[in-house]
Design a protein around this ligand. Sequence first.
Ligand code: ATP
Ligand code: MG
Length: 263
Amino acid sequence: MCKVLAIVNQKGGVGKTTTALNLGYALSESGKKVLLIDLDPQGSLTISCGYDNNDNLVTTIASLMAMTMEDRLLPGKNDYILTVGSMDLVPCNIELSAIEVSLVNAMSRESILKAIISELKEDYDYVIVDCSPSLGMLTINALAACNGVLIPVTPEYLSAKGLELLLKNILKVKKRINPSIEIKGILLTMYTERMNLSKEIRSMIETAYGKVLNIYSTHIPKSVRVGESALSSKSIIEFDQKNKVACSYREFAQEVLANDAAN
Ligand SMILES: Nc1ncnc2c1ncn2[C@@H]1O[C@H](COP(=O)(O)OP(=O)(O)OP(=O)(O)O)[C@@H](O)[C@H]1O
Ligand SMILES: [Mg+2]
């Protein structure tokens, strides 16, 4: 059974895209068939995968969503799925921001992405959806289409505070649109062991949510090598496999697999 995971946080720059790419990479190293879907009009995941001319791409998640809204048949998968090493990618570009606007008046506007994923998921063990930093219609589409939500959080006061709003929205979608959605867990990213603030935020999140939510025991440290890997269009695991962030993402993937095996 394919797992559809949405990487969500309306706060920008918390490591959603980095997590989507590296979790995907680590899962594919473990033999899983992985499809990445870039659902952020910024196209950061597409660019991180090496497709930096994404404005020239003809078929993207934006055009697939437009076709679905117009009840048109989707093209063959080979026409738009790009390869990223042993993973596959449905790319994205800025056209997705116009789609977000037109979604507002579309029929079944929350389930457009779900319809696309349902045509693809039989080929994969994991579909990972990288969301934009917002709680708009695109993110709602990701929440409606997924079985699991992963929430990267950086150890800052604000992002822990925004978590409340995010959880409220996820619960709303669960109640009204997608009862099978499960919050898989909170992943602490850009974590600095030596910083008291990191520890304080971790214990704050544990106190507030530890009883109701899984907080992954793996946390992702900070390293300047992550920025360098992004510049070279590679996952940090591929770029520098001994790096502490690379090791943490591998460990995180094992935790995700173990949790899925237990459920
Ligand atoms: N573990 C890390 N250590 C150091 N830098 C990191 C780490 N993870 C991510 N970064 C850097 O932080 C920035 C934000 O990361 P990323 O793009 O993954 O976040 P995001 O949540 O997807 O952002 P957005 O909300 O804009 O989509 C990027 O420049 C990335 O290279
Ligand atoms: Mg991003």
